[in-house]
Each structure stands twice: as C-alpha cells, then as structure tokens.
Design a protein around this ligand. Structure first.
Ligand code: ADP
Length: 944
C-alpha cells in the first residue's frame, strides 16, 4: 500500500516532466521544422524548374536546328532529311513537316500527326511563329506523346516525343520515400509524374468527373478530392508558393510554381507526405524519448519505492511493536498499582491489630522486659504501617483515585503538632531545632490538613533523620493571592546534604539516593515523591538546594483557601516557637469567659443525638434554654406553631428526608410570619467545602459553624446572633465558670486513658465541664451503635445515601468527642461513598466499624469506672414508684422538645431507687438520650 503510493507519486512527477518537455519539444520542432522543410521543398522545386526549363529549351533548340536545316534543302530532299534526322535523333518518335497552305504533311517515324493536327491549338500557335510544346495526347497508334512544334519558314516542324519524356527525367529524383516532382498542364492534367499510370490515364483532379471513368483513379473521399482539386486549380492559375493538402489519406506538403520557360501554362509541383519528412521522424523521436523517459521513470519509481518504503515499513513495524510494548507496560503498571493497593489493604488490617493489641498489652504490661518487647513490636508495627500508607498513597495517586479532602483547619495546631511530632526524632543527637513563624499567618485555612501535615512531616523527619548534629530550622510564612493564600514552608538542615547528581532523581518514585551512606537509616524512598505529588495536587511547588556534606534546604509552596482575617499574632507565635501551643489551646478553651444568656432560648436541629448532646454541652455554660429536635420537619413545625420564639436556630446541614437547607427554605419562604423570616439560623456542617459560607448565606442562613464545633467560633456566633440579634431585654451577665466537682474524675488517673480519644482536648471543648463531657460520651456510646448498624446494613447497598448519612453522623459526633481517628476514617468513608469508590468501602468499612465498636466498648468501660468512682457515687434513696408530678413535667418537656428540661427531670428521677417501675426510668433515659420524644409521649400516661 505504502509502496504503491510512493510509486504513484514518483510516476506522476516523471510523467508530468516527460509529457511537458515532449510537448514543448514538439511544439518548437513542429514550427521550426516545418519552416525548414518548406524551405527545402522550395529549393528542390527551383532546381527542378531549372532542369525542366533547360530540357524544354534544349528540345526546342534541337528541333529548331532541324527546322533550319529543312529550310535550306529542296522540297525533294525533305523526306530524306526527316528520315535521317529521325534516325540520328533517338529522341523523336517521328518528325513531320506541315505545310498549311498545301495541307500536306511530310513525316517520318511513328505516331506522326494526322491532318486534323492543323486544327490543334499548338499547331496554330506554331504557324503564328511560336516555338511550343503541346500537352500529352494519344497518337493515332495509341501511344502517348508530346508534340514539339517550331516554325520552319511558312511551315511548321512537329517533333513527336514520348509522353513519358518528362516523367522519365523526374522519376530519377526521389523525395524521401514516396514524395515526387510532378508537372500539370494548363488544364490541370498530369503530364509528368514518377508514376507512369497517372500520366497514361491523364489524371486531372480539376476535371475529375471525366477521370472517374478511368479505372486507376482511387476511390478518394470527396472532401479530400475537392481540396486537392482546389489546390491544383491555384497551380494552373500561375500561383507560386507552398501549401498542404490531403491525398490518399496522407497530408502532403507541396511547393509549386509555373515552369519558368513554359509558355503554355505548365506548373511544377514538388510534393511529399508530411509523415515522411524528418519533422515526423523528429516527432516520433521525441515521443519515443518521452516514452522511454516515462518507462525509465516507472522503473526508477518502483526501485525507489522499494528503497524508501523499506525503512518506513520498518518504522511502522516498530511502531506497532512499541504500541504493544506500551500496552504491556501500562497493563503491568496497572497491575502493579492494583497489586500494591490490594496488598496494602491486606497488610493494614493485621497491622492495625498488632499495633492495637501491643498498645493494650503495653498499658497492662507489668514486667519491664515484656514491656520492652512490646514497645519494639509497637514501633515496628507503626513503621510498617507508615510504609504501607506510603505505598497506598503512591498507588492511589498513580491510579488517579487520590483526592484532597478540604476542610477548615486550625493553623497553629497544625504547626504545633507537626513540630512536636518531629522534635522527638532528635533523640540524643546534638541537634537544635528552631521554628521561625510569620505572625500574620491566619488562624484558620481551608485545605486538606492531613496531607499538609504529611508534607511537613516528611520534610522535617528527613531533616532530623539526615542531620547527625547541628541545626534544623523551619520557616513558615504566607502570601495572600485573592481568595487564595500560599502557605510557604522552608526546612533547612545542616546535615549530610545531597550530591548534585542525586538531586534530579530525588523526587522520582521508589528512589533512595546515597544508599551506602544511609544504609542504616530507615526509609523507603517514597516520602519525597509522595510529597512532590501532594504538593502538585495543591497547585504548589517543591524545590531543593543542597550542598553535599553541608546541608539541604527544601522549600514548598501550597495553595490554600483563605477563610478569615484572624491572624495568629505575637502571643501564639511566641508560644509555638517555644512549643507551648498545645497547652495554651486548652487554656484558651477553659479560660474562655462566656456571657450569660438565661433568657435566651435556642433550637438545635440534628439527626444524630450525640451531636445534639455535644451542642448542648457546649452551649450549656451560657445558661441558655436549649431545645433539640432530630429532623428538619420537626424544626419547621416548631417555627410554624411559634409557641416558643427562639433567639436562634442551629440547623444541621445533612439530615435524612428533609435536610437543613430545605428546612430553612421552608421556614423563610413558606410560613410567612415575620418571626420565621427573621429568626437567625446558623448552619451546622461537617462538610466545610470551598465556598460553603457564601453558599449558606445565599440559602437564608446567617452564619455557619463547622463540626467539630470550635468553642471560640461558637462563642463568636452566640455573641453575634443570640446576644446582639436575639432578645435584648435582659442585661448581659457573665456566666459562672463551670463548677468543678472535687470528686470528679481526673483523666490523668491510670486506666482513664482511651485509645483513639483525646479526652483532654474533648474536655477543653466543654470548657472543662466534666459532667457535660460525661453526658456527651454517654450519648456517643448510646447512639453510635445504631449508626454503625445502619452503616453496616447499607455499605453494600446499591444506593449509598443511607450509608453516607450514617458515616456522616459518626464523623461529626466522633470529632465532637475528639475521637479524631474514628472521625477521620468516617470522613474518608463518606468521601469514598460519595465518589462511589466501593472498593475503598469494601476494604475499610468493616475495620472502621470494628474500630468504632472497640472505641464504644472502651468508652463504656471508662464511663462505668467513672460512675463507680466519681460522679454518681451518692447512695440512692429508695422510693415506691416514680413521681407522678415529675413524669407530667417530663411529658410537657417532650411536647416542647425541651431537651434541657427533660434531662433535668430525668436526673431528678434517677436519684432514687424504685421498688416498682424501675425499668421505666432506665427506658426513659434511653429514649431521652436518643431524643425519641414521640415514643416517650406515647408511653407516659396523660396527667389525671
Ligand atoms: P526516605 O523514606 O528514604 O527518607 P525520601 O523520599 O523522603 O525517602 O527521601 C529520598 C532520599 O533523599 C533519602 O533516601 C535521602 O538520601 C535523601 N534526602 C532526603 N532528605 C534529605 C535531607 N534533608 N538531607 C539529606 N538527604 C536527604
């Protein structure tokens, strides 16, 4: 196919050249050649004219000499003289002397004229004194003859010669093959021609009809004949020139003129078929050359095509081969990624168990040696988990499944935790660490905190790993760019440095440089390549400068979203520099001075009871009245009824059936009361997505609070929307600080630690109010199993929406109690479920449920211990049955969704041991904790 194409192209080029050059040659030669040929023909005609004129003159002169002689002899001797002259002169067939007066003819020889010759026009002209030659005529004996007539005194001497006389002369001259010289008489009859038949039959094209009777006239085509006749006519009219005509199917060229010595109007023609002229040969030559050239071109094309096509075909073959190789490589790469992903999951589950178990064992271990071993197991497990996470990250990034999960995060915490985690790595080495902070760093940013920690951790851990002594400096600054903010980090170390030649492949996958020197340093070589990819996912850049033996500098720029103008300021920066931030954060929460709003009444709407408890716990210090409902519909109902006018409504975003946005829209636009249109509604959301704030403001909300709720932000919102915009008729008061029970449990006590929950942080969320925290934890223990059950039930369902709602709920409540790992896992699962990443759910769903169940178990153990040792240690008073009045009040509280009141009443009920209906109080506690008010109302008897 390719060869054919090349051949066609070359042949076309050769053909165009051959045809055009041949045509040009033909054109030139046709014109110039014809002119030359015409010149030649004219020349031949002139020569022939000369020759024939001389012959005619000779014939006449010869006969004239005889006539002169006859004039001198006596009449009696004439006969003898004629005889003698005829015999001497072979030329004459006969000689005859004509006497007009006596009408006598004396002749000797054959074919002599008869007496009617006196009437002949040539004879007459001779008697008038002209020397003349007649045209051919058939003599009485049948011979074709010319008569030469010359005057001889009063008489005329007629010499008869052969009619082929001139034909014989000119037949000696050949013009090319069939070209010839011919003579026409004055009437157009051929009187000399190479072909004797033409002369014998006296061809005459002008008088053709006459000729047609004779046999030798060729059956000419009419048109051709007429043209030839017209041509001959011009000749007989005495014209001179060169012309062309067709005869016997051939085009002929003919030079013609009257014979100069002829007095009788004879004309001479020199004619030849053009086909026989050299010009035709030249044309053929040119055509032949063109043809040969074309043929050679084709041969050359075939040859060239073979030569050219061969390498191209080879390249084509190689391309096919390469394509196959590429596919194979891609398959292999996919297989590798799949394998890694699969393997990592396989390994993670048991590793989690190793870590968890060894940690448990560590907690209980008594012997020093076993504790040592366990520590080692634990460390090994952690390292392995880190490696596997790295592999998993790389494979996720490679397969394009990796996605950032942006949320609003606390910048000082991020810096503090990262620094704290890494300084431990100094161990006993003489390495100093300095943190250089820009005080204008914002307090909050929107981005994927986990991945930013990963980037910073990697760079810092490398700096500490590869620095035996000297310094590690960490600089953090920021640059604002519109809605974005560049987080800039620089890690400088005075460690071993990196060779120039290694710098380039530092960020490529699976490569550890300087392996000899770093033989004893732990690492997989994946860290920097993950760091680079994460950086790029954040639109950022990473660069490195290093001097071998002297140290390295790693710089990253990460694009984050701007959240608020609040900056960390000098105090926090100073604390961070001296690693005291973690403490101050807790202090900040516990020392927050809350305003007292005893007359304010707020409504909290959330489908997850634990979240309601969290919100209530966090708002309790303000002394507000807090009502709770578990669905959007119920909230709408309450606002519509308007029995109670709330100062503000805190509305969860994601709820089954009617979500927060829908509920708010109905409140704002369907109820129609002024109260419904203006009551401040604050969105509660665990999905702090980009642009959330504006989105919520557009939908009719006044503000938004992201979960887990930040105590400072909550305070700010309460001040703005409950105090300032809500009821104003009460003077502002300072809320009393939470009362710390002397007997309340201290989390520091042994056995009060729980894996997966930062109890201290959780406590600080509730302003150090342990009682509230206990309540929230109890709520978590009580309500989470139901959500887990939902998650388990729906994790393989076709429609994942129920699953999303369940894990979303667990995410929020886990974060709220500082169970960050459970929260994060739930967050990833929620994200994966939204993306439809079922593989991720299949791989992680169960382990998440197991982890959370373990967490619930641990929490209940803790709650049991705490209630035994602390909170509820008062001896209970015995009573017959639950107080009727209290039950009525409980009913009332449930009717109004007043959770606070319900709680208080229940606590009152729980202070006694009942002889009868003790189960009912336990049942009520369960329902109230789950905010199942409707069921409570159904069960409680109506007041009598
Ligand atoms: P690893 O897990 O092996 O540390 P990384 O991808 O983080 O993998 O780093 C790749 C290699 O780059 C390391 O093996 C080390 O040789 C080199 N390297 C990284 N950071 C530093 C540093 N701060 N100083 C010297 N060498 C470094």
């Amino acid at each position: 196919m390719l060869r054919m194409r090349i051949i066609l192209v070359i042949v076309s080029i050769v053909a165009v050249i051959a045809i055009s050059s041949t045509a040009a040659g033909l054109f030139v030669y046709q014109n110039e050649g014809l002119k030359t040929i015409e010149g030649d023909m004219v020349l031949v005609r002139e020569i022939a004219d000369n020759l024939l004129s001389r012959e005619i003159a000779l014939l006449k002169a010869n006969l004239n000499a005889v006539a002169t002689l006859l004039n001198r002899v006596s009449d009696s001797r004439i006969s003898d003289v004629l005889k003698a002259q005829t015999e001497i002169n072979e030329l004459y067939l006969s000689l005859a002397l004509l006497n007009r007066d006596e009408r006598t003819i004396v002749s000797y020889g054959t074919a002599a004229p008869l007496p009617d010759f006196f009437l002949n026009k040539y004879c007459r002209r001779a008697f008038e004194g002209e020397q003349i030659i007649s045209t051919t005529e058939t003599a009485p004996n049948g011979e074709l003859v010319f008569r030469i007539c010359v005057p001889s005194g009063d008489r005329v001497l007629v010499g008869t010669i052969s009619g082929y006389f001139f034909s014989d002369i000119i037949s000696k001259f050949k013009i090319w093959q069939t070209g010839s010289i011919f003579i026409l008489d004055e009437s157009g009859t051929f009187i000399a021609h190479g072909d004797r038949n033409i002369i014998r039959d006296r061809w005459n094209f002008i008088k053709r009809p006459k000729l047609q009777s004779t046999q030798s006239v060729p059956p000419e085509d009419e048109k051709e004949m007429r043209k030839t006749a017209a041509f001959h006519k011009r000749m007989t009219e005495g014209e001179k020139g060169v012309g062309r005509y067709n005869f016997l199917g051939f085009e002929r060229i003919c030079a013609y003129s009257p014979i100069s010595s002829s007095k009788t109007g004879w004309s001479l023609g020199v004619a030849a078929p053009i086909a026989e002229t050299p010009i035709t040969a030249l044309k053929h030559g040119l055509l032949l050359t063109g043809g040969v050239f074309l043929l050679l071109g084709i041969l050359a094309a075939v040859f060239a095509a073979n030569q050219i096509a061969r390498p191209i075909q080879k390249i084509d073959e190689q391309n096919v081969h390469l394509e196959e190789l590429r596919e194979t490589a891609e398959r292999a790469s996919r297989a590798k990624s799949d394998f890694l992903a699969g393997m990592s999951h396989e390994m993670r589950t048991p590793l989690n168990a190793i870590i968890g178990l060894s940690e448990l064992a560590l907690t209980d271990a008594s012997g020093q040696e076993s504790e040592d071993y366990l520590k080692k197991i634990h460390n090994a497990g952690r390292t392995l988990l880190g490696t596997i996470n790295d592999i998993l990250d790389i494979s996720k990034i490679e397969s394009g499944k990796f996605e950032l999960i942006p949320a609003v995060y606390d910048v000082p915490s991020l810096i503090n935790d990262t620094a704290a985690l890494n300084v431990i790595r100094i161990g006993g080495k003489p390495v100093r660490f300095h943190l250089h902070l820009d005080e204008t760093l914002p307090v909050s940013l929107l981005g994927d905190e986990l991945r930013i920690r990963q980037i910073f951790n990697n760079l810092l851990s490398n700096a500490f790993k590869y620095t035996k002594e000297g310094t590690v400096d960490w600089y953090i600054a920021c640059e604002r760019e519109g809605e974005d903010l560049w987080l800039i980090s620089e890690v400088r170390d005075s460690g071993i440095g990196i060779r120039k030649e290694d710098l380039e492949r530092l960020f490529s996958d699976y490569s550890q440089v300087d392996t000899k020197l770093n033989k004893f340093i732990e690492g997989t070589g994946l860290g920097l390549s993950i760091t680079k990819r994460l950086t790029e996912l954040m639109d950022g850049t990473i660069t490195v400068e290093s001097e071998y033996g002297r140290g390295s500098v790693f710089r990253v720029r990460l694009r984050q979203k701007f959240v608020s103008d609040e900056v960390i300021g000098e105090a926090i920066a100073q604390n961070l520099r001296s690693f005291r931030y973690a403490d101050t954060r807790r202090d900040r929460n516990s020392t927050l001075v809350r305003i007292s709003l005893p007359h304010a009444r707020v409504l909290v709407v959330d489908d997850v009871p634990t979240n309601l408890d969290v919100a209530k716990g966090m708002m309790k210090p303000y002394g507000m009245h807090i009502d709770c409902v578990t669905s959007g519909q119920k909230a709408v109902e309450l606002v519509r009824k308007a029995d109670v006018r709330y100062s503000a409504i805190f509305m969860d975003h994601m709820m089954p059936e009617m979500d927060g946005v829908e509920a708010t829209q109905i409140i704002r636009s369907e109820i129609g009361s002024r109260y419904a249109e203006t009551v401040p509604i604050i969105a509660l959301t665990a999905n702090a997505l980009i642009g959330s704030e504006e989105k919520f403001l557009e939908k009719g909300f006044q503000a938004f609070l992201s979960k887990p709720i930040d105590i400072m932000r909550l305070d700010q919102i309460i001040r703005q929307w409950v105090r300032d915009k809500g009821y104003r008729d009460q003077p502002e008061q300072i809320a009393p600080s939470p009362i710390f029970d002397e007997n309340s449990p201290s989390w520091e006590k042994p056995g009060r630690k729980i894996r997966g929950v930062d109890l201290e942080k959780a406590l600080s969320l509730f302003g150090g109010d342990e009682k509230t925290l206990m309540k929230v934890l109890r709520s978590y223990v009580l309500n989470t199993p139901h959500l887990l059950e939902q998650a388990r039930l729906h994790q393989t369902a076709d429609d994942l929406s129920q699953y999303i709602i369940a894990v979303h709920g667990i995410k929020g409540s886990s974060y709220s109690i500082s169970a960050d790992e459970a929260g994060r896992r739930a967050e990833y699962l929620e994200h994966a479920a939204r993306e439809g990443d079922r593989a991720y759910l299949a791989a992680n769903g169960e382990s998440f449920i197991a982890l959370t169940e373990q967490l619930i178990k641990d929490l209940s153990r803790l709650l049991a211990q705490t209630s035994e040792s602390g909170l509820q240690s008062e001896p209970r008073i015995k009573k017959g049955r639950p107080d009727e009045e209290l039950l009525n009040r409980l009913r009332e509280a449930c009717l109004h969704f007043s959770m606070d009141a319900a709680d208080e009443i229940l606590e009152e009920l729980e202070r006694y041991d009942y002889e009868y209906q003790a189960d009912m109080v336990v049942w009520l506690r369960e329902r109230i904790d789950r905010v199942e008010f409707a069921e409570v109302l159904e069960k409680l008897p109506l007041p009598s």
